[in-house]
Design a protein around this ligand. Sequence first.
Ligand SMILES: Nc1nc2c(ncn2[C@@H]2O[C@H](COP(=O)(O)OP(=O)(O)OP(=O)(O)O)[C@@H](O)[C@H]2O)c(=O)[nH]1
Ligand SMILES: [Mg+2]
Length: 412
Amino acid sequence: MKFVDFVRIKAIAGDGGDGCVSFLREKFLPKGPPNGGNGGPGGNVVIRATRDETSLKHVGHVCKAKKGQNGAGGGRNGNVGDHLVLNVPIGTVVREIEVEEEPRKMITKEEIQAEKEARWVLYPRAEDIQVPEGKPNFFKQAQRMMDEEDRYYRWRQRTKKGEPIHIDLTEENQQVVLCRGGVGGHGNPYFLTSDNRSPKWATRGRAGEIREFELEVKTIADIGLVGLPNAGKSTLLGAISNAHPKQADYSFTTLHPYVGTVDYADQYQLTVADIPGLISGAHRNIGLGHSFLRHVERAKILVYVIDISRSSPIDDLKTLQYELNAYKSGLTDRQSLIVANKADKVGTAKNNLEQLQAHVKGSIPIVPVSARYEKNVLKLTSVLRKEVERIRAIEIEEARKLEEAKEDDELV
Ligand SMILES: Nc1nc2c(ncn2[C@@H]2O[C@H](COP(=O)(O)OP(=O)(O)OP(=O)(O)O)[C@@H](O)[C@H]2O)c(=O)[nH]1
Ligand SMILES: [Mg+2]
């Protein structure tokens, strides 16, 4: 199965629907008033975070919303075009890429003329209407109106551009509009004036916005497991949580991140992310590379899963720490814990554990467990819970302080 956690997309909002030229036709009313409907606005491109998705593999490179419906006779306005809703996993970071605007080419008069003409919907034979001498040319008036409107839209685009979008979708159902659909065209009643009682033209809808984005999933889990291949991360996840990741006696069993939930008797829950194993040189893309670290980057606690029966667990720990720092410097300063796994292998385990303890000198707590035989895992889950509760409490307190500071600012 393909796992995609990074994509670049082009989001294209729908164009507005076209306005309609039409007149009321009734018996004994040969020249009824204009009644063409306006075009509907184009659909927006919206991005929404949901628990139902775990990767971005379903997101295409071009994401296009629908055009607005055209107006119709009898004053019927077109409907809004269907919005395109992109469902993405919670924890997706959305970054707008600023595309260099192409320098404006020299455009000829004919091109400008063609562009101007393309915006009109004309009544059959409207072009043939000769303007009698001395009468005002109503179509010219309408063109001037639209030139004015064009200027307004250009001005609005320039001034309302604002900051490029850069958001982090961290909550269920959080959604953001990436691109707005174009405005619908005017139906012919729009051009009705006291002099011109039967305007024979309407306008086409405006184009929808086009923008480019980078989407990156950074899983949000309380705990992130990191370890060399075969250290027993997936076995550990299976032992403590409701997840059943594949476990096997060869390297790189796990090919993509996996999140499990640990349930406690009192319904307390915390989430644990398991990622593919890291090896020395992962930052140079050796093995499966280190890009999967983005899925533990935001974990409150990093858990180093170390196979304590291997010849030198201290070197293994150093390798992991080196790779973590190569991915993002300072990542190893995060609250951490060492799980000394495979403690059931009595031969070397005891000696190695002592060496490891001497090496970290209490700076990182060490919990020996046997994931396969589920020994000491209850102790581990209670230690994890205590730490997560402590960090969550700090976070809530910080958020409260921030909120208070904001309120104070608003008062002043
Ligand atoms: N004896 C013993 N074997 C274990 C223990 N935990 C895991 N194993 C075995 O170690 C092997 C690897 O386990 P996995 O859980 O697949 O290891 P992993 O760290 O997820 O490996 P990758 O996904 O390849 O990175 C399996 O054969 C497990 O049965 C343990 O506590 N004791
Ligand atoms: Mg695994």
